[in-house]
Write a new protein. Sequence first.
Length: 519
Amino acid sequence: MLDDLKRRDLVFSEPAIDRVCGFIETLVHTKGEWAGHPIRLEPFQVWIFANIFGFLRKSDGLRKHRSAFVLLPRKMGKSIIAAGIGNYMAFADNEPGAEVYCGASNLAQANEVFTPAKRMAEMSPGFIEAFGVEVMAKSIYSEMTGSTFVPVIGKTKDGSSPHCAIADEAHQHKDDTQIGAFKTGMGARRQPLLLIISTAGNQLAGICRTEQLDAEAVLKGSAVDDRLFSAIYTIDPDDDWRDFSVWRKANPNMGVSVSEEYLRGEYEKALQSPANQANARTKYLNQWVAAANGWLNQVHWAKAGDSKLSIADLKGSTAYVGVDMSTRQDLTAIVVIVPLPDGKRAIFPFAFVPEGAVQDSPNAPAYASWVESEALVATEGTASSFVEIEAKLTDLCEHFNVAEMVFDSWQGENTRQKFEAMGFNTSIFVSNSSEWTVAMDDFEASLKNGELVHPNNPVLDWCAANVCAYQSGVSRRPVKPSKAGHEKIDLIVAGLYAFAASNKAPPPPPLPVEMFFLD
């Protein structure tokens, strides 16, 4: 916002902000202790409206922002923002024949926006008369302008031309079909708005998380999207959620729409059980937590990340390679563990997915984004290509001094035999309870003690957040968080193969300094 205020091609229009805020404050609350009372916007809400509606292009007077990504915790007044914007864009934005849609993955969720909007219209004095509005069970319609506001499930019908589309609780969307349809239908409008408004969830490869990462890239300056406004309310990466004082960062309406006492109660529940912890962190702190019973501590995992970690700097180093092969529409994972001179171990991941899965998987939005950023390699066809995977293994063997290559017992045997015939030390991971337990115990201890480092690869981070531990007595093994199968853990499994191998040999002596600068 501050940078936009300095731009000469934009105007910051206070009248435009006053118009939308004034409109919303003529509406009334529809439930709770304030039902029937006029809405009074809080400063953080005014700030959101000011950014979305206040910046106009000098060239034509139209709004700069055409999409908004707003991530707010529960009970932070999302319905006021979403329903207020919906009614404004439908009936007060001077757009003849405006089509406004509130979309969700199910009717009940779509009505979380539409029902408050409808009740606002019914209960607010003068609204129906001023805009010629007729309020019906499943639509709000103005005969005066031909504008409509309706809920929608799934893809909008062909020929729709949204002036505004609201994707509510986008973390529940199964794929990007609805949001994609909204985007493509807006081309005929002069200044449309796509509003994605949600809390965080547990599907780290879903469309909402993908949209958030795109928004964060724009905020950080690593990507450019001049039409996007983002407001993400969460705690900072270095904050410990167990410190209640940081909860205020994520909850701008604490003490207004939700009491500090209520949030403290949720905080205390979270301290007492992992299941409550996952719910509290997603719904009240907007942290994406993949599994309530996730194995790896995500605070420790985040601290182990180092985006500057470079595989090129370690050419010639001793390395251990784990390979988890797949022939279906699944991930194939190669993970390299490199013992470092300072006693830490570096983790380098390589993930492959069949091209067919990029379009057809529930993880398609994330897969497409990761393929574009080269964090994930799409192989030809609908099944993993052993040719490309074996080519990558050959490259790694040329780059590193590979001490051992460890394969899975299901699909890895043929490839293992090829590399053994080439003279490499290979093995099959013995997938029994004792081997898994030792590998997981040692890996977890090394992570906790700050002895692991990884390059913040998003596919590896996703697998690390997904992986759970199946416990049987004192034994355990890595498993997915659900039977659905779309939450992948393959890179962590391959990482455990390589990590276990690296534990069997004494750490290598420190490398000469010049080794880190070889071409």
